[in-house]
Design a binder for this molecule. Structure first.
Ligand code: SF4
Ligand code: ZN
Ligand code: ZN
Length: 317
């Protein structure tokens, strides 16, 4: 018996939505996927007409789908946004150089201006050089701290009001769990916020906050989008990997686990008396920081003095 789409009741259902279990046709899948993101934007009043918005683009599936959907929604609902692609070149030979080629093709396909900023030009170190110094244990700490700042610096160069990133629901659930497992309660409220303010007044939003990774993969597959799917060659971030596997296992038993973890993270309240970091600016580079030196400057100090563990120790002591 042919099963009909539960939304339009006309077409044959060919997709079981990982997020809800609904059996839907292809067109209705596109429609609900896109509309959920549109609703996230409007419910949270994230943009106003004329905003300049940088889409963080890595060439991977999340950011490629994200750029495609942003462009489509901007036209369909006339948000009036000025969209840009902003890419970070971490300097990882055999990975980022290839994925940046995908971003350059996306630039042509979506007809959006592209700016690439590199770790080498910003920090004087590429990830290839950093890995030579620190090995494969703490490399992702360096890379994550540097990327956050690099995006803000790229946004300043582009003179945009807003950076939007393709972090999906699975990523956010992972971050909630990692913060709990590390006892890093101070970060919990911020990691589930849909919109935060980065350096200066540039806002940063995660519009895929409620979008499941599996649905992003399906969307990219059905739409035949051009994305890069190779893993970073320096990716053995064992701890996050275990958390990721744990969440995938939970999802296979109960798909709502991902959204439930996010909702739990949103509902956490920090009890009175817990000391939270006070935001100031880094005395060396002027970037926002709750210490005298920002994390990137601390890590750079360690690298430049030939003592890379120095920065790591200071951050996580
Ligand atoms: Fe950077 Fe680690 Fe991601 Fe590779 S896996 S891009 S080193 S954060
Ligand atoms: Zn349908
Ligand atoms: Zn600094």
């Amino acid at each position: 018996m042919v099963r009909l789409c539960v939304i339009c009741n006309k077409e044959r259902a060919i997709v079981k939505r990982p997020k809800t279990g609904q059996q839907v046709c292809r067109e209705c899948f596109y429609y609900v996927f896109e509309t959920e993101i549109h609703n996230t934007i409007t419910d949270n009043k994230l943009f106003k007409k004329g905003d300049k918005v940088a889409i963080a683009a890595s060439g991977g599936k999340d950011s490629t789908v994200f750029a495609y959907v942003m462009k489509l929604l901007n036209q369909r609902y006339q948000y009036g946004l000025d969209l840009f692609l902003l890419s970070i070149d971490e300097g990882i030979t055999g990975y980022r150089d290839d994925s940046l080629e995908t971003v350059k093709r996306n630039q042509q396909q979506y007809d959006l201006p592209l700016k690439i900023v590199s770790y080498s030009e910003l920090y004087g170190w590429s990830m290839d050089q950093i890995v030579k110094e620190v090995g494969l244990k703490n490399n992702c700490t360096f890379c994550g701290v540097f990327r956050r700042q690099a995006l803000d610096r790229g946004a300043v160069i582009l003179d945009v009001d807003h950076i939007v990133t393709g972090h999906n629901a699975d990523d956010i659930a992972e971050t909630v769990l990692m913060n709990i497992l590390r006892g890093d309660i101070a970060r919990l409220p911020r990691c589930t916020e849909i919109c935060t303010t980065g350096d200066g007044s540039i806002r940063r939003s995660k519009l895929f906050k409620y979008t499941y990774e599996k649905e992003i993969v399906m969307y990219a597959y059905f739409k035949k989008l051009d994305y890069f799917s190779t893993e970073c060659i320096y990716s053995p971030n064992a701890y996050r990997g275990h958390v990721r596997t744990f969440i995938k296992d939970l999802e296979s038993i109960r798909p709502s686990a991902i959204i439930d973890i996010i909702h739990s993270g949103e509902a956490f309240e920090i009890k009175e008396g817990v000391k939270l970091p006070v935001q100031g600016v880094c005395k060396r580079c002027g970037y926002m920081s709750s210490n005298e030196l920002c994390k990137a400057c601390m890590l750079l100090e360690g690298l430049n003095r030939g003592l890379p563990k120095l920065g790591i120790g200071k951050i996580f002591k």
